[in-house]
Design a protein around this ligand. Structure first.
Ligand code: OGA
Ligand code: NI
Length: 356
């Protein structure tokens, strides 16, 4: 191991402020003026622009009605769900151990600073360490969830004591929820209920814990700059602090937290498979100056060998639905995604078919 790698491994991920009172944002996090979040222009989702779905009746007689709502919501690209089957207690416990994890001293984190992006548990700052011009105001604990979990969890943080058990239970339950949602989304597209699940190969689930420390000036920084997610869907627990914002009709909307809800967003592969009927929503996370924020996204998508293409029945040239994307092996997409900074939907554009 060369000394650089060694240094990297023990480098504290803690974000730091400058100035004598440590109240100034370190210049490496300061965005150029044209890229700043302009928080005064952000609209609140409490004005009703982001749907909230009650999933209570999803497996009962109200299924068809709910599927119609899921269809409308996926056209928006983002929605919140309540009564989704994951217990309140488990959600709280997951948030609590995540909090506990980030409160631990830096020494307890050192083992998890691993360069190798294939590691099944990693802690790092920003999105692609070292590649960004401006760093993001976040730390990320990224856990890959390979089933059966028994082996994978040995690489997960051993502390806080309950972390592994709770995270294992959480990711198992969230996966079950996501599989129900994928069935419903397939039906919403008029496809076989198992269509999405089948075209995702052996599936790939990654859970992250995003930690956004308090930031002295949220106008100057991003937790995560505008981007779309590379997978099929993302299911996010955002706790009780607002920070997630989505782009809708050219305006940034703050997705206000609803107790015990998950935020679901359509990601890039679902936009491709649905042939553009469902939109991979552009979103970002902003920082705040009063409290640290934790969010827990679960990214669910295809295995690298899966072939992704618009569903044949959704390509109907004569009715104005020509294929919008070419097919590709998911690995090709991932390579493109990793080779550039996290930028708004630029990766998806590489697979677009030009239509005159
Ligand atoms: C992400 C993401 C939003 C949030 O991790 O990809 O968009 O609110 N997170 O943390
Ligand atoms: Ni995202």
């Amino acid at each position: 191991m060369d000394s650089n790698e060694e240094n990297h491994k023990i480098r504290p991920a803690r974000l730091s402020c400058n100035g004598p009172n440590k109240t100034e944002v370190n210049p490496k996090y300061i965005l150029p003026p044209s890229e700043r979040p302009r928080l005064a222009e952000v609209v609140s989702s409490s004005e009703g622009c982001i749907p909230t779905l009650d999933l209570t009746g999803l497996d009962g007689p109200q299924r068809q009605g709910l599927i119609a709502q899921i269809k409308q919501s996926c056209e928006v690209g983002v929605f919140q769900i309540i009564n989704h089957g994951v217990s309140e207690e488990l959600m709280e416990n997951m948030m609590e151990v995540s909090n506990g994890f980030f409160k631990m001293p830096v020494e307890d984190h050192a083992e998890l600073y691993i360069e190798n992006p294939k590691a099944t548990a990693r802690l790092y700052t920003s999105s692609i360490v070292g590649k960004e011009k401006v760093c993001n105001w976040r730390e990320i604990l990224r856990l890959s969830c390979q089933y059966p979990l028994e082996q994978t969890i040995n690489s997960w943080p051993p502390k806080p004591q309950a972390f592994r058990d709770i995270a294992a239970k959480y990711c198992t339950e969230v996966r079950a929820l996501i599989l129900r949602i994928l069935t419903a989304i397939s039906e919403a597209l008029g496809l076989d209920p198992d269509y999405l699940s089948k075209c995702m190969g052996t599936h790939r689930q990654v859970m992250a814990v995003n930690y956004y420390p308090m930031c002295p000036n949220p106008e100057l920084t991003f937790g995560i700059p505008p981007h779309s997610d590379p997978t099929v869907v993302t299911v996010l627990q955002q706790g009780d602090l607002s920070g997630l914002q989505v782009l809708k009709n050219g305006k940034w909307i703050a997705v206000e937290p609803i107790p015990n809800a998950f935020v679901v967003n359509v990601a890039d592969q679902l936009e491709v498979i649905s042939n553009g009927r469902f939109r991979s929503v552009e979103h970002r996370a902003v920082t705040n100056s009063t409290k640290a924020r934790i969010s827990i996204p679960t990214f669910y998508g295809p295995s690298t060998d899966a072939f992704i293409a618009p569903a044949k029945s959704l390509v109907i040239e004569e009715c104005g639905h020509p294929a919008l994307y070419r097919g590709f092996i998911f690995e090709e997409y991932l390579k493109k995604y990793k080779s550039q900074e996290l930028k708004s939907k630029t990766v998806l554009d590489c697979f677009k078919i030009n239509i005159e």
